[in-house]
Design a protein around this ligand. Structure first.
Ligand SMILES: *Cc1c(COP(=O)(O)O)cnc(C)c1O
Length: 239
């Protein structure tokens, strides 16, 4: 029987060889995406050595966090953000990958005021220009990055993207290369970024070839998710 621990070791080995083959010489971290998984699965992955977990739904995440307070987990929020959830998200996560408008960034900044550590954020960029509607368009990226940089309780770390799913590695690479270009353009403009959050279960090797520093992996680690609501490209609100 394949366990979470077995799958974790396989994924880490794959990451390592993709890293070795990458021209960017970057270090890649695995973010275990535990949406729709019970706290027990998170505990199992943690026991196998995984400490960074990503969640899409704030309410669901908080319930699991309560059951796992004995573990030193670093929690990342990666889902769509409704403005009435910014308080919860800003106070209960170390990272938010899915910031795509200034109003949300400002509310997260306010929520973070009482906490000493700044909230690490990535801007979600939409390079596929399609169905998810999440993510800022590349031509609006610099303006948003500029504004976020001025918020004292947020630390802008980089970019996140969810390109249109494809099983063709060439197409995966072409889309990740566009995200990479956006990232390099911001760095040329003087932004001190160190995080490129791209790649999921079906395309993380392609993402690593384009310089991913965080890959967000759910189903390859935990197995298929039962609940169709919680699919990767869900446009559902964070309920
Ligand atoms: C669900 C999800 C993932 C993980 O997707 P898998 O295909 O299961 O690896 C990664 N990133 C985001 C934003 C997601 O919503």
């Amino acid at each position: 029987m394949t366990t979470i621990s077995n799958r974790l070791q396989d994924i880490l080995a794959t990451i390592q060889s993709a890293e070795a083959a990458s021209a960017y010489h970057q270090h890649v971290e695995l973010l275990a995406v535990s949406k729709a998984q019970p706290a027990s699965a998170i505990r199992e992955a943690y026991t196998a050595g995984q400490t960074i977990f990503g969640e899409n739904y704030s309410q669901e995440a908080l319930e699991k966090q309560k059951q796992l307070t004995d573990l030193a987990i670093e929690w990342h929020f990666i889902g769509p953000i409704q403005s009435n959830k910014t308080q919860l998200i800003g106070q209960n996560f170390s990272w938010v990958h899915s910031v795509d408008r200034l109003k949300i960034a400002q509310r997260l900044n306010d929520a973070r005021a009482s906490i000493k550590m700044p909230l690490n954020v990535c801007i979600q960029v939409n390079v596929s220009n399609e169905d998810t509607k999440s993510g800022v368009l590349p031509d609006q990226l610099e303006t948003l990055a500029e504004a976020i940089s001025l918020l004292p309780n947020l630390k802008l770390r980089g970019l996140m993207a969810i390109p249109a799913p494809s099983i063709d590695p060439a197409q995966q690479i072409a889309q990740f290369a566009q995200v990479r270009e956006c990232y390099d353009a911001l760095i040329r403009r003087g932004f001190a970024l160190d995080t490129l959050s791209i790649g999921m279960s079906n395309d993380y090797e392609s993402a690593i070839s384009q310089g991913a520093t965080i890959v967000r992996i759910g189903s390859a680690l935990f197995g298929a998710r039962a609940n169709v609501k919680n699919t990767a490209l869900s446009t559902n609100n964070d309920t």
